[in-house]
Design a protein around this ligand. Structure first.
Ligand SMILES: [Zn+2]
Length: 511
């Protein structure tokens, strides 16, 4: 193994850990992933009571004796949440339990007033499924261990500390509005055989899941608001034939980009430990967005420490086969099928399609095409201008702040000759700066292309006068020399001239 080096940006309040280069890590070890995704369902009320689930309300205004865990209160299951859980299970090719129960998971956190969480343990509603993702043109099949129902916890706010963590805080506040919001936890089987593509496969899986859940209409899947949260398990082993190594679980990674980065970092950190003869500690770790590292959290509880037992307050869930089949009939076109369909419809080359998938632009292009743009123009804007901006800002493509409808509107203005590609970039700047929609930005910034002959004619005359030698060449028949004059006119008009019309005027004026 070659040299190790410390991470420059590691948080000063966390231990700086050694890592090796990604290539060195992959040369010596085979990574294995396990992904746990929590998704908040978008039911109107909570999992076991009638409280609203609306996001962003004043703290503790959406609570009742059930979700506050007051003695004597009794939970009643939300039928809509069960329906969503079954549909998610079916979309992931899972078997649906004929009979299953809720269990109490006992642990003690202030944001969980009952001191247990209602979850499912050995009887999940959906189990043993699979799905598929594509990375760089290769399909990876991902086994789904289970999808089970549970309730969310409340939220703690630690006040006074520098980091927002409990360390150094003066006091903590609790908000129980989220307590009891229905969650589905989707757990994969160990994902093997990804090799150096492990970080991208992890990202592609979470992205596919987000698209799937959105298509099902069961969640608003906003990672930045925490309605879709990913915990990434990573372990290394010396070879694909070796038994699984000790894994770490990096918690609550809240963007697609961070999923990829967190997996990559853990691979390099664990490889450094193992190749130095150390051991990986089984623990939860926290993703540090700023430094791009993970830091040690609590050591991981074993299932027995939670003392699970069936919740005696809740009846078992026994969905009839008729109901399950009826729900199967409500499944929308799933992301993998949709990808096949649009690949055929859009007519992109294999390479172009691969780039679209890697950039996570399938949805955005679909929506832009639906808003009236051609597939090629939609692809062009999302993969160049918007991908660059997403990258600069460190956000996912769909979170740049420009909507597909706005992209279609900008493209329509380009096609109508109101603006050109160069001006379109300034329109994107304006939209991103919060100056309004594309049309407003064009007006406010005065970006429309100048195609009026009086204004253009004056600029053309000035350019001819300033470049007599070029003008003579054109008079002499060297039409290709017109480019230099067009450039001069465009410069004069700050890029806002109608290039085709300028060319016509030059050639007319110079015979
Ligand atoms: Zn309640």
């Amino acid at each position: 193994m070659s040299q190790t080096y410390p991470l420059q940006q590691a948080y000063k309040d966390h231990l700086v850990e050694e890592v090796v280069s990604y290539d060195d890590a992959l040369a010596a070890f085979d990574p294995v992933l396990g992904l746990e995704v929590h998704v908040e369902l978008n039911t109107a009320s909570k999992m076991f009571c009638g409280c609203s689930t609306e996001f962003g309300a004043e703290p503790n205004t959406q609570t009742c004796p059930v979700c506050l865990g007051l003695p004597g209160s009794l939970p009643v299951v939300n039928a809509k949440a069960i329906e969503s859980a079954i549909r998610i299970g079916l979309a992931l090719n899972c078997s649906i339990a004929e009979w299953c129960r809720f269990a109490r998971k006992n642990y003690f956190y202030p944001d969980m007033p009952k001191n247990y969480q209602i979850s499912q343990y050995d009887e999940p509603i959906a189990f043993d499924g699979w799905t598929e993702v594509e990375v760089d043109g290769k399909a990876y099949r991902i086994g789904i261990e289970r999808a089970h129902m549970e309730e969310d916890t409340g939220k703690s706010l630690h006040v006074g500390g520098a980091t927002g963590r409990i360390h150094g805080a003066d006091y903590s506040l609790l908000d129980y509005n989220r307590s009891g919001v229905p969650l589905i936890e989707i757990v994969t089987k160990p994902i093997t055989g990804t090799g150096d593509k492990a970080p991208q496969v992890a990202r592609a899986y979470v992205q596919m899941l987000r698209d799937l859940l959105r298509a099902l209409g069961v969640s608003d899947v906003r990672m930045e608001q925490g309605s879709l949260r990913c915990d990434a398990n990573v372990s290394l082993r010396p070879s694909p034939e070796a038994p699984l190594g000790t894994r770490t679980e990096t918690k609550n990674v809240n963007s697609l980009r961070s999923v990829e980065r967190a997996v990559r970092y853990e691979i390099t950190r664990q490889a450094a430990l193992l190749s130095a003869g150390g051991r990986v500690k089984q623990e939860t770790r926290h993703w540090q967005e700023g430094s791009g590292t993970t830091s040690s959290g609590r050591s991981k509880e074993q299932a027995e420490e939670y003392r699970y037992f069936p919740d005696p307050d809740l009846v078992p869930v026994a969905p009839s086969r008729e109901w399950v089949e009826q729900l199967r009939g409500t499944l929308p076109e799933l992301p993998t099928e949709r990808l096949k369909r649009v690949s055929a419809e859009w007519g992109f080359s294999e390479m172009e399609m691969r780039d679209v998938v890697s950039a996570g632009a399938v949805n955005a292009i679909m929506a832009t095409v639906a808003a009236g743009a051609s597939p090629q123009s939609a692809r062009k804007w999302w993969l160049t201008e918007l991908a660059r901006r997403a990258n600069e800002r460190g956000v996912d493509l769909e979170d740049t702040g420009v909507t597909p409808a706005q992209v279609a509107e900008i493209q329509a203005m380009v096609e109508a000759g109101t603006i050109n590609d160069k001006l379109a970039r300034q329109v994107f700047d304006g939209v991103l700066a919060g100056e309004g929609g594309p049309a407003e930005v064009v007006t406010a910034r005065g970006l429309a292309v100048v195609s009026d002959d009086t204004a253009l004619g004056a600029a053309v005359d000035a350019a001819i006068a300033a470049n007599p030698a070029v003008a003579d060449k054109i008079r002499g028949g060297k039409v290709q020399a017109a480019g230099a004059l067009i450039g001069a006119v465009m410069k004069e008009l700050r890029g806002q001239g109608d290039a085709a019309r300028i060319r016509e005027l030059i050639l007319t004026k110079l015979g």
